[in-house]
Design a binder for this molecule. Structure first.
Ligand code: NAD
Length: 406
């Protein structure tokens, strides 16, 4: 049966949604699960615990203590009376993916279950292949399972602002209108990613556009900026913390800088530090995903939005961490530029658009300085855990030295 747009919206408004979070054990996935449960939606979750395993391999751990999936669900049930049905397995396994979709038949999928570290993908051929095959494999399994089992469901897929690279023109939200040799068309904006990880997201985007074209699946492809922070209001108990990575492979810039400040290590922008990227707080990331779920695309629509609050240069962020660190921690924080392990422009034009989510009702609440204060306090609280992994912070993965077959 094919339901029309208005009926579909009514279904979503009249009953709560059943949302399947692929990657529920991760940084964003767990926070989103807490928000969805809090809003009365039903959540099912899938995860292979891949990130836990790979983070451990580089001698690191989440600075915030995180419970096993089993305990998280138990704690949440005790607090809210709500349950999460959890399936442990690899979304790159087609049989597993089909069986979970068949058993759960959700209204929407949030697909976060990918290898998400740019440095990991650049360690060598093995990791590059793993990233490309696994990420594209999971996404292709999902769109086939959707087409065959729940063709009316909505897929909200996490891509990255890094898909666009840093072109010397403004970056639109997915598509732009261009005139060439006297003819005009609206086309996907060219992508120019900076790691195998980012390219895996570009390939996913192409595959999603095609799945939408042939099977009319409803798809939202989110070009997300870098997420920072340890908190959303639903994290009311230590047992409900989401993960927070700070090492050179799995940690993102701002989270890493805050940890360096707490540990009395220099804050280390890579290269000249003028690289600009879009950032948003964990709270804003979760609220954007909620908007995407609650305001789904039209039947057969593929839409793209750029999900970030503000863009900052790495130097600006380091400067703010220094300022807040000195205030909150009461001691000097030093900034020390280090050789850039990545191959990227460290001075460039950057002007991405981010109007669509705002037009859909997104009002950012993240306040960078306040959020940094809260990260600094949480990392300080779990300083012992951060100390244990401080040797994993300095860059060791250099794009130019990526290892081949031998
Ligand atoms: N955190 C950011 O700053 C950021 C920015 C842009 C885009 N994203 C994207 O958002 C998504 C979530 O990011 P995150 O920071 O929460 O990452 P994360 O690694 O903390 O979460 C991803 C989860 O997916 C699971 N997973 C990975 N591969 C899987 C597989 N094949 N099968 C089953 N489970 C698998 C992992 O175990 C992990 O729990 C990722 O796709 C990432 O690329 C994140």
């Amino acid at each position: 049966m094919c339901i029309q747009r208005n009926d579909y919206i009514l279904v979503l408004m009249s009953k709560h949604m059943k949302v399947s979070i692929l990657g529920i054990d991760g940084y964003i996935g767990w926070a989103l699960a807490l928000r969805l449960i809090g809003k009365g939606h039903q959540v099912v979750g899938v995860d292979s615990l891949y990130t836990r395993m790979r983070v451990k391999e580089v001698g690191s751990q989440s600075v915030t203590p995180i419970e096993s999936m089993e305990n998280r669900i138990k704690i949440l049930r005790e607090k809210t009376g709500e349950n999460i049905e959890f399936f442990q397995g690899d979304v790159n396994d087609p049989e597993f993916m089909y069986s979970v979709v068949e058993k759960t038949k959700p209204d929407a999928f949030v697909h976060l279950a990918e290898q998400r570290s740019a440095p990991y993908s650049m360690i060598g051929l093995k990791q590059a292949r793993e990233t490309l095959m696994q990420n594209m494999g999971g996404t292709i399994n999902l769109v086939y399972a959707m087409k065959d089992i729940v063709p009316d469901a909505h897929l909200l897929k996490l891509g990255t602002m890094g898909e666009y690279g840093t072109p010397n023109i403004d970056i639109p939200e997915g598509f732009f209108t261009i005139e060439y040799n006297g003819r005009k068309d609206t086309l996907p904006f060219p992508k120019f990613a900076g790691s195998w990880y980012h390219w895996s997201k570009v390939h996913d985007t192409n595959n999603l556009m095609f799945a939408n074209r042939v099977w009319k699946l409803r798809i939202t492809d989110v070009m997300q900026g870098v997420v920072y922070g340890t908190r959303i209001p639903e994290i009311t108990d230590t047992g409900l913390f989401t993960r927070f990575d700070i090492d050179e492979v799995w940690g993102t810039a701002l989270n890493r800088f805050c940890t360096q400040a707490v540990l009395g290590l220099p804050v280390t922008p890579y290269g000249k530090g003028d690289q600009r990227r879009g950032f948003l707080s964990l709270e804003d990331a979760v609220s954007c995903l909620m908007i995407g779920l609650e305001k789904p695309p039209e039947e057969g629509e593929y839409r793209v939005y750029n999900q970030f609050d503000q863009h900052y240069s790495v130097n600006e962020l380091a400067g703010i961490v220094k300022e807040r660190g000195e205030k909150v921690l009461g001691r000097d924080v030093h900034i020390e530029r280090v050789e850039n392990p990545r191959v990227e422009m460290d001075q460039h034009y950057y002007n991405p658009e981010n109007k669509k989510l705002r037009n859909m009702g997104y009002v950012p609440v993240g306040d960078l300085r306040k959020d940094i204060d809260s990260i600094l306090m949480d990392v300080d609280r779990f300083r012992e855990r951060a100390e244990q992994v401080k040797n994993a912070i300095a860059p060791r993965t250099f794009w130019k030295k990526s290892v081949g077959l031998h």
